[in-house]
Design a protein. Structure first.
Length: 493
């Protein structure tokens, strides 16, 4: 998220138009966009001294006075102070008339801050149970640590991964923006997660209300200078595809509210319970077959429910296969030969109507959840399509699942394990593919084109965000296909 500190989401309005940093130890990831010529009150004021700052005589006293003077009425002060000086700072802040609010756990540490977790019972335990992937004994230990309020208070004061919010008396509650219509004075709190795409993705807030063990709302947030088109597209896809996906047996988020102003855009969604299948497979690879059988059964029902048979138009063939190939061609060996091979394959299916189905188009194991009742949940619908090519979700999902469960070193190894004749998972993958193919009357020839469309699509998307000269995992798969398409086809038949 460009120039957008996750700490701004703590503010009652969800953003800070004015901000100040005191001290030389604020992690870059948490640093907001500062006003160069700022004189007045700050809606976000971060106190982040280095050890050298703290040792300077009078530095902490002066910094706390500045915070007391500059913090806006509803502003958020955030304290990131080395542990040996933290108690002194808390005392100075109290003397200055400011009050401590919530404390937060920065996971894995201040600098990285992938997650900002309230040091409160339910959000902390939910993070351990449902978000972070770790062995069961570590989760049990962490749950015990977070269970006791005194332990959490101790961590807030003496843990070097903790930060503390500071407010003026009577300030509006933190995270008020996340609970529209809430009548009580303290509507709730939230876990904040930054995107793995860093500046190219949305931040996520998991909002907890009252004593609920699970989030009441999920929010996706992008800064004003980022395009809100992605959030608008996901909202539209959820409206279009959500009902059918639910009828097919999956839990899908419902839209609560869309918000947009000069500072940020956000999409508030209902929470879908469950652990990500990527975590489940990482911890227990033996779950691969039963989980994929559940995914295939849902895809089969969804495919049948959304099936539309139409003649293949040239524009569809070009958009699904040739356009992404052309974007990759300058970097791809054997691109022209691969193009001719795809063109030849298309001749076999051009005459007959083809089945089109609704597709998710990003069906990774991280976007699939499984709850305590073994019910499937599907999230992150931004790339969904009402009339897509069949099996593209299946090929992507099954390869990702094998990559995780088999602990493959890269996507290409997982691809080979799934689709080459000698692959250790090929027999199962072929059986699942045939189940889906026969369910919608998909010809083997068009199924083959769908297979290539899947990898060309992901490699093309990957190339758009790759650094110059960088070769990503999906490009490697397409390069393999371009170099081996004839051999692959002979083996496949």
């Amino acid at each position: 998220m460009k120039n957008f500190s996750m700490l701004e989401l703590l503010h009652p309005d969800g953003f800070a138009s004015t901000s100040v940093v005191l001290g030389g130890n604020c992690p870059e990831k948490l640093r907001p966009k500062l006003q160069r010529e700022f004189a007045g009150q700050a809606e976000l004021l971060i106190l982040a001294p280095s050890a050298e700052d703290c040792r300077l005589p009078g530095w902490l006293e002066s910094a706390v006075k500045s915070m007391s003077r500059q913090l806006a009425e509803d502003g958020v002060g955030y304290v990131l102070v080395p542990t040996q000086w933290r108690w002194k700072v808390v005392r100075l802040l109290h003397q200055a008339g400011l009050v401590m609010d919530s404390s937060f756990w920065h996971f894995p540490d201040w600098s990285s801050s992938r997650y900002l977790v309230p040091l409160e019972l339910n959000p902390a335990q939910f993070t351990v149970d449902a978000i972070l992937s770790s062995p069961s004994w570590k989760r049990v230990l962490a749950r015990q640590i977070f269970h006791y309020s005194r332990t959490r208070q101790f961590l807030a004061t003496f843990w070097d991964c903790a930060g503390i919010t500071v407010r003026r008396p009577g300030a509006r509650p933190l995270f008020q923006w996340l609970f529209p219509g809430a009548q009580h004075s303290s509507p709730g709190t939230a876990i904040i997660r930054t995107s793995w795409r860093d500046s190219n993705g949305a931040s996520i807030a998991y909002g907890f209300s009252g004593r609920n063990l699970s989030p009441a709302v999920i929010a996706k947030i992008v800064a004003a200078e980022d395009s809100a088109a992605h959030l608008n597209r996901e909202a539209q896809v959820l409206d279009d595809l959500g009902p059918g996906a639910r009828r097919a047996g999956a839990q899908v988020p419902e839209i609560i509210l869309k918000q947009q102003d000069d500072q940020r855009s956000s999409l508030l969604l209902s929470f879908i319970p469950g652990r990500s299948i990527s975590d489940l497979l990482d911890l227990n690879p033996s779950l691969l077959s039963p989980i994929l059988m559940r995914v295939v059964d849902w895809l089969q029902r969804w495919h049948r429910a959304t099936l539309i048979a139409r003649p293949l138009k040239w524009e569809q063939f070009e958009q699904a296969l040739l356009a992404p190939l052309d974007r990759l061609a300058p970097f791809l060996q054997h691109a022209e030969g691969y193009r001719k091979w795809l063109m030849a394959r298309s001749q076999d299916v051009a005459r007959d109507p083809i089945p089109l189905v609704a597709t998710h188009n990003d069906l990774t194991m991280a976007n699939l959840l499984l709850n305590d009742h073994d019910q499937l949940g599907v999230v992150d619908w931004e790339t969904g399509c009402p009339e897509g090519w069949p099996l593209v979700d299946f090929y992507y999902a099954v390869t990702d699942a094998v990559r995780i469960a088999a602990n493959c070193t890269n996507w290409l190894d997982a691809f080979k394990a799934c689709y080459l004749p000698e692959g250790s998972y090929t027999a199962k993958v072929v059986a699942w593919q045939e189940q889906l193919r026969s369910a919608i009357g998909l010809s083997p020839g068009f199924a083959e084109l769908c297979f290539h469309a899947c990898w060309l699509h992901h490699a093309s998307n990957e190339r758009q965000v790759s650094r110059p000269g960088e070769s990503g995992p999906f490009f490697e798969i397409v390069q393999w296909l371009a170099s081996h398409n004839s051999r692959f086809n002979e083996n496949d038949n």
